[in-house]
Design a protein around this ligand. Structure first.
Ligand SMILES: [Zn+2]
Ligand SMILES: [Zn+2]
Length: 532
């Protein structure tokens, strides 16, 4: 009975944990790595065809995005998830396959022009995504399900995304049962639409996320509805549009929820019948999935609407644009309006057209509702860029750039501690994952000091024996060598690359016997003496 830490160890994205127990091979999450990466992930220890079960905490791509690759590589097992996660993954994995295929097509077109003959194959294609989607076994929240002999699973709502859950896994070998709890991503209390995170009461081992394990969200309660109403009112009074770059799944539905209330209470006096365009096919599909799963997933307030026969994500004036033609037509409409479009960080997608039409207009507002990563167009705008390039054109930024602050899908340090306090008995060990390098260590220390838990922040490649309660392999991770700047001298660049390769070989040999390490060091020293 062993766990191998594969991904999101000392990192935030690419969640993946491998478990071997009861003669079965299992994964909890298999996510895509996104953004900047510090450490290399070890490979999943067995071939994809030998994986029997995957347990998926939630549909975000950094937890689910590699499932189609698993299918492409021969996986034919089952993927257990909540019903809402199954529905959301259904649209998000298809969307991800589209992106992979589009990227491959674009690269190959470029390669053709430069007469590069090596073809780029996409990470996976639509058929792989469909294969993954067909492998899902939806399970209701709170229902303990027998997966196979000695393996049981249950999902608890953790209020991070529709369908999001902590995975409770009971493993029994030779009459000994160990319970491992995977927090998944933990949400915040009192967020719109979703329930508060639910607690899990018992565990022998816990894997807990730590994205914001070192900081506190503002304690001030923000009234998003009146903030948003104020921004709409001001912009419409100037005769401008409010353009909202938003993540298609989650944030978009929260905005719709607020606007429904704004309209119902008549909080916007100028142009009260204003139209709201959701210009992202994924967002439109996701809104449908939210509506479908409302009864099981919504909090009391949102559920109340459903019980009264009201769809809390719908209101008069809501237009769901889908085709690219319909998308273009939005810009021909003169009257002030709201346009919600993806991507949330403005680095791709239809939002760029709407920015092109509105950034230069001093009467319009660009409203950011989520975190903007360094290097994205969204970040440049939030940081006050005076001009930006879009479709090869330079555009002056004259529109008002606004932010709806404080909206976050992740619990802060206090929220994480509160959730960890929910266990009746101290777990044997707590593994801190899903946080930036040093933050996992900081939060592991905090958990130990505040709650007295035995904590550890593993690196990718760490293996732990859950029955014996001891490490099989402990690693310090393999740092991805920073790419050296090219010098322009091809032969010298080759030498630099060789040097980097040497460093990565050194890192990988950490567990060699000491006499072998000494021999390796002697050889490098001899080489350095010769050239130095
Ligand atoms: Zn997430
Ligand atoms: Zn995550």
């Amino acid at each position: 009975m062993r766990i191998t830490f594969v991904g999101a160890d000392h990192e935030v994205t690419g969640s993946c944990h491998y478990i071997e127990a009861c003669g079965k091979h299992m994964l909890v999450d298999y996510g895509m790595e996104q953004g900047r990466n510090l450490f290399e992930n070890v490979d999943i220890p067995v071939e994809a065809s030998r994986i029997d079960y995957v347990f998926l905490t939630h549909a975000h791509i950094d937890h689910s995005g590699m499932l189609p690759l698993l299918v492409r590589n021969g996986f034919s097992g089952k993927i257990y998830a909540t019903e809402a996660t199954t529905d959301l993954a259904g649209i998000m994995l298809r969307d991800s396959a589209h992106i992979q295929m589009f990227e491959a097509e674009w690269r190959n077109r470029k390669a053709k022009r430069s007469k590069d003959i090596e073809l780029y194959t996409p990470v996976y294609e639509m058929a792989d995504a469909v294969g993954a989607i067909n492998s899902f076994v939806p399970v209701p929240y709170g229902q303990k399900t027998v997966v196979s002999e000695g393996i049981e699973v249950r999902f608890t709502d953790v209020g991070h995304l529709l369908g999001s859950s902590a995975v409770e896994l009971w493993l029994t070998e030779e009459q000994v049962t160990k319970k491992i709890v995977f927090s998944g991503d933990l949400g915040n209390k009192d967020q719109p639409i979703l329930k508060d995170p639910g607690y899990v009461r018992e565990a022998d081992y816990v894997l807990v996320e730590s994205t914001y394990g070192d900081r506190l969200h503002s304690a001030e309660k923000i009234d998003y509805v009146s903030e948003l109403a104020g921004i709409l009112e001001k912009t419409f009074a100037r005769g401008g549009n409010v353009v909202i770059p938003s993540f298609a799944v989650g944030r978009t539905q929260e905005i719709l929820y607020f606007i429904r209330e704004i309209k119902q209470k008549g909080l916007v006096k100028v142009n009260p019948g204003f139209k709201v365009f959701v210009d992202s096919p994924l967002a439109v599909d996701a809104t449908e999935v939210f509506h479908k799963n409302g009864r099981e997933c919504f909090d009391d307030e949102a559920l109340d609407f459903i019980n009264k026969g009201i769809n809390p994500l719908d209101f008069p004036g809501l237009c769901l644009a889908i085709t690219t033609d319909e998308s273009r037509e939005i810009n021909d409409i003169e009257e002030p309006k709201v346009i919600i479009s993806a991507s949330g960080m403005c680095d791709a997608g239809r939002i760029r057209h709407h920015l092109k039409h509105n950034l230069w207009r001093p009467e319009s507002t660009i409203l950011f509702v989520g975190y903007q990563s360094v290097g994205t167009l969204g970040r440049a705008l939030v940081d006050g860029a005076e001009k930006v390039r879009l479709f090869g054109e330079e555009i002056a930024v004259k529109a008002d750039i606004a932010k709806l602050i404080g909206m976050s899908g992740h619990a802060d340090k206090a929220g994480l501690l509160d959730w960890m306090r929910g266990f009746d008995k101290k777990p044997e060990k707590v593994f801190v994952v899903h946080g930036e390098d040093i933050i996992t260590e900081v939060f592991a220390k905090t958990l130990h000091e505040e709650l007295g838990y035995d904590t550890y922040a593993p690196f990718s490649g760490t293996i732990y024996d859950l029955l014996k309660g001891e490490f099989v392999v402990e690693t310090k991770g393999i740092r991805i060598a920073k790419a050296e700047k090219r010098t322009g001298n091809a032969v010298f660049d080759r030498l630099l690359a060789a040097g980097q390769r040497l460093m990565s070989i050194i890192r990988k040999n950490e567990h060699l016997a000491n006499k072998d390490l000494a021999k390796f060091a002697d050889q490098i020293d001899a080489l350095a003496d010769k050239w130095g």
